[in-house]
Design a protein around this ligand. Sequence first.
Ligand code: AGP
Length: 611
Amino acid sequence: MCGIIGYVGGAPAIPVLLAGLKRLEYRGYDSAGLALQAGDRLVALKSVGKVAGLAEKTRQTWTPEEQQGPRVGIAHTRWATHGAPTEPNAHPHFAAGGGIALVHNGIIENYRALRARLEAKGHVFVSETDTEALARLIGEAYQGDLRAAVLAALRQVDGAYGIAVLSRDEPGVIIAARKGSPLVIGVGEGECLVASDPAAIIAHTRRVIYLDDGDVARVTADHVDIVDLDAARIDRSVGELGFAADAVEKGGYEHFMLKEIHEQPEALRNALRGRLDPRQGTAILAGMGTSPRDLAEIRRIVLLGCGTSLHAGQVGEHAFGELAGISASAQQAAEFRYRNPLVDPDDLVVAISQSGETADTLAAVREAREKGALVLGLVNVVGSTIARETGRGVYLHAGPEISVASTKAFTCQVAVLLLMALRLGRGRRLSRERGAALAVELARLPELVGAVLAREAEIAAVAERFADQEHAFYLGRGPMQAVALEGALKLKEISYVHAEGYHAAELKHGPIALLTPGTPVVVLANRSPIRDKVLGNAEECRARGACVIAVMTEGDDAAGIDAVLRIPDCDPLVATIPAAVALQLLAYHVARRRGCPIDQPRNLAKSVTVE
Ligand code: AGP
């Protein structure tokens, strides 16, 4: 979950690298550094903390003229995996003698053995990182050809990497390689960039080459040459990025998270575009890539994901059961991959991931494929590893999601899962009438979410009642239990208020002991056959002094509720989306009131590409 950017071209490299790191900062931000080619030397700078600190240090270290000099460089923003966030542990790391610099995203799993071998040869390590072992290994293998040295070193490495490497002896050359950590090459006019995420490239070019696992590229200002780990040449096509540069700007919002919350009507329009057939009461999902017959033979569905994506899968579990009559289970990807999962060839496995790079989800995909299951990806980032490894699936089209807290990706994941359930259901017992009614509701989603967004001021006022609390509970039943979990996660990860999501009936089996007067309890009490049960659970909490905040359908009686977050009347499965948006806004305003960083919460990163 680190951010890497490299530049080689005709422009001053420092401004390009610093601007690129700002784009990548959501991936990890506990320290940063850069290495530059300055004549026949490599110079480097590192700093603890966010990219702004590195930029300041750059200004303090080099004059404006000096900063205009270097045309080649690599840079890194770190999310620590080995070693604390200190300056010595910040990237870049160097080979012995300082002639080769490396930045790395991933984990070298056999680094201890490599380090022991190198230390036995007299190497004196200056950091606690796994990365330094790789840098020194490259230096050991260097005999005048940087890519050959990188190949020789990578052949000794177990683990995941996305790397960019410079040598003072090969000016104008960046070696880039990936295995398990994303890396994309931007091909501009007389310049090339290497980055962990296209968002860092889009300001320069929309022409990109996505590296695959095992690729090792030699990148110069006007040429990209790729080989595999056996040094055999590989052809990779140059693609076109599907979003414009301003998509990664804040657009006047105070935080990316608020922008992305408000983008949800548009994101949902994009997710649904061309995928609904109200007349037939079904969904059109070419990406599922299977014939109606194959779909009809699916006996079970396993939904894999982590964090918010797992919560989307938990909504999907209800949707597949209710609409398609198919047994479905949402499983935590890390658990799935290590439990020798019960999956067989007539199972459908759906891997849900915004980034398409989450290590546990990717590993679970590989395990499911090993078991012969049909595996689909439900991914937002086009060209991401999970999207490419599943080979089929449905893109969210939610647009770049920059804020670490996932919002529009979640609602688009749920919308697409509802489309999939509708599609499968209509191939089974779901009637055209019920399908058509659901299709109409789904088509209303941008409007339903818009209605919640229009109530932001009311929600912000409710947030005021939260802001000084340190504990909160979120309760739901049916598909809204997943929304309760998601609402609690949003609050935790951006406001640092400890929040627990529970099935509404579960509280009295122990956790209710934690209630004290004023504890906020958020209940999902939208119009549904089980609404009154949820309100009964809310009353149990209120009887113990809790402050009950209810998500309720417009027009429903809110007697006995301390605060209400209204959502429009709609199908209970569809209501999960406007309800989630209300809780996103609630969490956002609590975090804002508490002065939290919101887009880059402490300890977090946007894409967890390590186990
Ligand atoms: C959600 O707000 C978090 N950022 C986190 O739980 C995230 O959903 C999880 O890490 C999975 O990421 P993915 O969707 O990119 O696989």
